[in-house]
Ligand binder design. Structure first.
Ligand code: ISC
Length: 406
């Protein structure tokens, strides 16, 4: 399904020197942001010039085709014509995978917001502090523990090697959630992550599914976790234990292979890792993958995302068995959680994160469904996985309720 019109992109002409937190308060923009301080860069979008939605196994190809069709009719510099995209985790999801070309694109860098047109809304005033009421989601804590125990049994029986199991929470607000404030807090607290807001999906993911820039491919694969507590000695010990943990290294190896193998079919890639990566609330094992698309390749970043999704960081191994098992054991629709989220331009370049550490804001803005999951392998324990998911809810929880951080 598509709506919208075509037109041409005018040269950049409006520049505003203002904090990122002010730029995101101009209406409720589409957001893709990463970096700290002077290195913070963001792509922002206002309004809707074109929207395409898709479902099912062909959702990647459908959105890529619809965007190409739109771009072909638009008289624009391919690198200036940008779409924000969120795709569902599962082909069977009842939710839509959505691609939005904004009316106005903004680029925030070096303290300056640059837009092609000087038509932005004035920044809104922040909402009053409001504590959200966090309620159980569709999979209770006890049900999650049971699901992990059952997954370990199935792994021991040889049915599957790894499966990633998630649970959800419902954060309910008396007034509509102040999404710009949530975005600004997520970005400030998680500068190494990719902060996003696309079609009500908001979060800060530390995991880059795939990026493509003029033939150069990048990915950051994460799997294997330990909590960051703020105590330097305990944190150093946790990082060392994570780096040496056979359970986490096994969990990570599945994820790294699930990205490197498909990318190697279309690009010359090398992988560096795993290294221990510190996020504000959690350590991860991380492998950075980089390379160059094979000569003559016409693949864009959306097609690359479709090629690697779902990786074993969010699904498991073997992929098809793990996908069926997680659907059976979780028993809920993940929607866009753990699906690709990011942006693409009309040249096919762009960046996609895995939608982790995120929530889906309800259409009335009064609730946010939060998700977190963990990779289960033979040596996993239900209580440890439950604790790990609790740790992974923290970035969203802290951004929704502005509590002091250590
Ligand atoms: C599935 C999630 O995390 C993935 C990414 C990093 C580490 C993970 C882990 O250690 O289990 C997961 O594979 C999530 O945050 O919901």
């Amino acid at each position: 399904m598509t709506t919208g019109r075509t037109g041409s992109t005018r040269p950049a002409r409006a520049r505003r020197r203002e904090p990122f937190a002010t730029s995101v308060r101009r209406g409720v923009p589409l957001v893709w942001a990463t970096g700290a301080g002077d290195d913070l860069t963001a792509l922002l979008g206002w309004g809707e010039r074109f929207r395409a939605t898709a479902a099912g196994p062909d959702r990647f190809a459908t959105l890529a085709r619809e965007f190409r069709r739109f771009a072909a009719a638009a008289d624009a510099d391919p690198h200036e014509l940008v779409a924000f995209v969120t795709l569902t985790f599962a082909a069977e999801s009842a939710e839509a995978s959505t691609l939005i070309v904004p009316e106005v694109v903004g680029r925030w860098a070096g303290g300056v917001l640059t837009t092609a047109e000087d038509v932005l809304p004035e920044p809104s005033a922040p909402a009053e502090f409001e504590e959200l009421d966090v309620r159980p989601g569709q999979l209770s804590r006890e049900a999650y523990r049971r699901a992990v125990a059952e997954a370990v049994r199935r792994i021991s029986g040889g049915e599957v090697a790894k499966v990633v199991l998630a649970r959800d929470l419902e954060a309910v607000a008396p007034d509509p959630v102040d999404v710009p404030a949530v975005v600004a807090r997520l970005q400030e607290a998680n500068p190494e992550a990719w902060t996003f807001h696309v079609d009500g999906l908001v979060g800060a993911s530390p995991e880059l599914l795939v990026a493509l820039h003029e033939g150069r491919v990048r990915s950051r694969v994460l799997a294997g976790s330990a909590p960051v507590t703020g105590d330097p000695d305990a944190d150093a010990a946790a990082a060392a234990a994570l780096a040496a943990s056979p359970k986490d290294r096994a969990e990570h190896a599945f994820a790294a292979r699930s990205v490197v193998d498909p990318l190697a079919q279309v690009a010359d890639v090398t992988a560096a890792g795993p290294a221990v990566l510190r996020q504000p609330r959690i350590w991860h094992l991380a492998t950075d993958v980089s390379g160059t698309l094979h000569p003559g390749s016409t693949l864009g970043v959306l097609e690359l995302a479709g090629l690697v999704h779902p990786t074993a960081a969010v699904c498991g191994a073997p992929t098809d068995v793990a996908a069926a098992l997680l659907a059976e054991l979780e028993g809920f629709d993940r929607g866009r959680y753990a699906g690709p989220v990011g942006w693409v331009d009309a040249a096919g370049d762009g960046e996609f994160a895995l939608a982790l550490r995120c929530g889906q804001v309800a259409p009335d803005g009064r609730s946010v469904r939060l998700f977190a999951g963990g990779g289960v392998v033979a040596a996993s324990s239900p209580s440890a996985e439950l604790a790990e998911t609790a740790q992974k809810f923290l970035p969203m929880y802290e951004a929704l309720s502005p509590v002091a951080r250590p």
